[in-house]
Design a protein around this ligand. Sequence first.
Ligand SMILES: C[S@@+](CC[C@H](N)C(=O)[O-])C[C@H]1O[C@@H](n2cnc3c(N)ncnc32)[C@H](O)[C@@H]1O
Length: 219
Amino acid sequence: MLPTPTVRSLDEKVYDPAEDSFLLLDCFEQDQGYLLEKFPPPHTIPLVVEIGAGSGIVTTFVKQNILKDGIYIATDLNPHACKAVLETAEENRVDDEKLESCQMDLTNGIKNKHVDVLIFNPPYVPADEVPAVPETDDDESWLDLALCGGPQGMDVTWKVLHGLETTLSKNGLAYILFCARNNPMDVKRDMEQLGWKVDKIIERKAGWEVLSILRFQKT
Ligand SMILES: C[S@@+](CC[C@H](N)C(=O)[O-])C[C@H]1O[C@@H](n2cnc3c(N)ncnc32)[C@H](O)[C@@H]1O
């Protein structure tokens, strides 16, 4: 079993690693062989982007253990999370020359069709609406952005799914986490109809929730 990165005690405005974060770590451990076949080191240097990196635990884990030669961009709307990503990388002695943490909405600042591996543990909890982005750094509601995903918990995730065509490189892969209330099998069917190959990599019961991770790639 690969080691879990250490995360220093976080600002309370940043999402603490939880079952969903750990499921992503297990997903990458399980899919390591596939990833290394797709992006064989040292000839291929993949651009890995994690949207909504939070504490940075997932980016740090993948950089440390899976795609060690990759170039990493961790994005988050939350400025406290952007800081936490770099602290977690440093705490775990990850080479930060190849890791940028950027405050941005999804992948808006990243050049089209360049992302080889996209990772997203989205705000997937069904809620009346996606919260507005706070206007000041010291606002207490930054953490709400981590959880609430609109009526089916899918508002933010669908934006990413609909943008995959422009975000991913030719051989690109996207790993996206869902809870059962997001109806991931309906998402799989709809994306397959749009010409995507979709594989369920891992699924786990977490309390009363069932979480799963789907891998998307263009057929
Ligand atoms: C469920 S948390 C996941 C955090 C971390 N990746 C993990 O697995 O522990 C979702 C993260 O997405 C961020 N987020 C929400 N909407 C976003 C957006 N439109 N663009 C970038 N990040 C976003 C939140 O601030 C939060 O850090």
